[in-house]
Design a protein around this ligand. Sequence first.
Ligand code: BGC
Length: 508
Amino acid sequence: MEPHMRLPLAILYLVLIVSAQKNRTFTFPQGFLFGAGTSAYQTEGAHDVDGKGQSIWDTHTHEHPDRIADGSNGDDAAKSYYKYKEDIEAVKEMGMQIYRFSISWPRIMPLGLPNIINQKGIDHYNSVINEVLSNNLIPMATIYHWDLPQHLQDLGGFANDDIIIYYEAYAKVIFENFGDRVKWWCTINEPYYQAFGYEGTLFAPGLNSTGIGGYLAAHNMIKAHARVYHLYEKQYRSKQKGRISLNMPIDWPAPRDKTSTQDQEAAKIELEFSLGWFAHPIYSKEGDYPQVMKDRISNFSLAAGFPFSRLPSFTSAEVEYIRGTADYFALNQYGSKHVAKGEQGPDPSFDRDSGVVMTGNKKWPSSRTSKWETITPKGLRDIIAWIRKEYGEEWEILITENGFADGGQLNDTLRVGYLATYMTDMLKAIYIDKCKVIGYIVWSLIDSFEWMSGYTSTFGLYQVDFKDPERKRTPKQSAYFMANITKTREIPSFYAIVTNKLDKLEGL
Ligand code: BGC
């Protein structure tokens, strides 16, 4: 080559590499799925209509309005029981593929018992699913999103291991009636937070059995999930050909002081106590609870005079039965937190057992309406990479929840920034860290009843006017933003700069 040609060619080569890199970083892979999600109690309303039974959230909000920030409840919520067609239309409008919703157990079985089935409940979800399909969307159904029939709670709920056969009987009715059309299943949404309904008072049923109730409930939820996975495997998979998982929440735990070995240790323990508690038995090669949980809880229990560990144990047959009972990894991710070694909470309690304390970080940007939600997209990338390292690269990860809380305004610029930067870091996990992330479902499609925050903090891409008896829905700026993302399948490159800045936040 002529020497005078070398420089221009080198420059051209460089430009090509840089632009290829740019496209790789901000463009969504082919076949990547987008969606938006809701849950029954948070949106449906119609709490005592058409034969629906009472759920633990009906009881919790009616008997303890003091535990809800604005004393409200989900009696009417966003009235999605009546307005589901509009909701589904909204998913379509945004050019997404998946609508994730949950099925209310007490709408299908008013008492939670399989001998009384409420046909109107079956009819309702048939209409929802058919509407989703007729809009060319994919229905993803969560079988249980925290609204246990109160009657089953009166018998102990998830603390009583008979729940396993009742949950299996319920799931059987679900597969029989809807499995011909639903191919994506989530068995239990965030068993971690459901367990906290037994550990504390914030979530229903609010048992406050610290250090005992949460472990019992979690143990039975893991077994119930596995039971339903095997049920599907044996009786439905060959015909219905669906995919099953359960949703795992995790806020990324960063050591408060990166140079402190104690704080680094606390971050590792926190990962195991929060995500590993449910993920290790299912996704790890060896199965069972994380060793650090088994050791710590057993030591504390024996030292306090218990003749056994407060963490129930699986037999080796159960370890085998539970291991591998998922077809994909369903990840719910929102924020990050600083952790350090320390003692907090009553004795005994989950908090004491972990020996980890959360310390706030005022320097990280966060939601104004949600105390716990930081804008730290790197946490999403880090947790995806951790899952790959910990459980193996073979697991496909679907982000089943990611979203931002605000006061419901239409001009939700912060939410747009949140979604854009989280998706950018998710793409880095795909392209740079080589993780298999197959889809991204925004939480939430519409503003809804936000558990203990009531309606003071909402996550919707669509605003719902809760003062209007018609519950008018209006797309927010973020809905238009998501519509543009699904159309261009690319994140505007401006957000790369913002993401890089956020990734360098001190202490992350
Ligand atoms: C739950 C949703 C909830 C969201 C925001 C998740 O833990 O699955 O029901 O609305 O977080 O708090």
